[in-house]
Structures are given as structure tokens and as C-alpha cells.
Design a protein. Structure first.
Length: 114
């Protein structure tokens, strides 16, 4: 975790990465828990299909490319047990990566919007 932003990532969020079948339906999930910071809502954004939306939740975290949550993953705030996401888990609609070289940090900061 970077020295500049690490102090602010004191909450936890649980992410579920879906494994899809041939009909593009989730059949199982890979669960991970990451340290983060979050806020309800957010600024108007445009998702990957070009649709404007106002986020339900905006999540801030640090993650390497291989570990970073992606669009389509499910997320719930807190360390949630269970191999599958709960029914109230939100879907990530936008995932942005910020350049870590600005402060000579090693791990990129991420902003996720649901």
C-alpha cells in the first residue's frame, strides 16, 4: 500500500469475480477482500456501454492489475462471508486506474463505481 494513500484505506470491501458459462451466466465466483475507502453516490459517469449513470457507491483502493476488480464484478462493503455475493451486492460499472508514478508509488490507485 502506498504511503500517501494507505492511511485512508481503512474500510474493507468484498469482491466476487464471476466465472461465466457458455450462456454468459455466472456459475461460480472467486471472492476477495480488499482495503478501501468509499462514499455513497458520486459524480455522473459513463459506463463501458456508453450509458450515463450516477453511482450508488464510489470505492477507492489500491491494487495491482492482476488483483484489481473489474467491470461486471459484484461488490459489497465490509468483509462478507460466502462464496457467492449476497442479493444486495452491487455491480461494478466503471473501473479507473490512476498513475502511481506521480508520487513514486508502486501500487496504482483505483476508483470503482457501481
Amino acid at each position: 500500500m502506498g504511503t500517501f494513500s494507505g492511511w485512508s484505506y481503512t474500510a474493507k470491501a468484498t469482491f466476487w469475480n464471476p466465472t461465466m458459462d457458455e450462456y454468459d451466466q455466472p456459475v461460480s465466483y472467486v471472492r476477495s477482500v480488499l482495503s478501501c475507502s468509499f462514499k455513497a453516490g458520486g459524480n455522473l459517469a459513463v459506463d463501458s456501454v456508453g450509458e450515463q449513470f450516477t453511482p450508488k457507491t464510489t470505492i477507492y483502493l489500491e491494487a495491482e492489475d492482476a488483483d484489481a476488480p473489474k467491470v461486471g464484478w459484484r461488490v459489497a462493503i465490509g468483509d462478507i462471508a460466502g462464496a457467492s455475493p449476497p442479493s444486495d451486492a452491487e455491480i461494478i460499472r466503471m473501473a479507473m486506474k490512476h498513475d502511481a508514478s506521480l508520487f513514486a508509488e508502486g501500487t496504482p490507485d483505483r476508483v470503482l463505481m457501481t
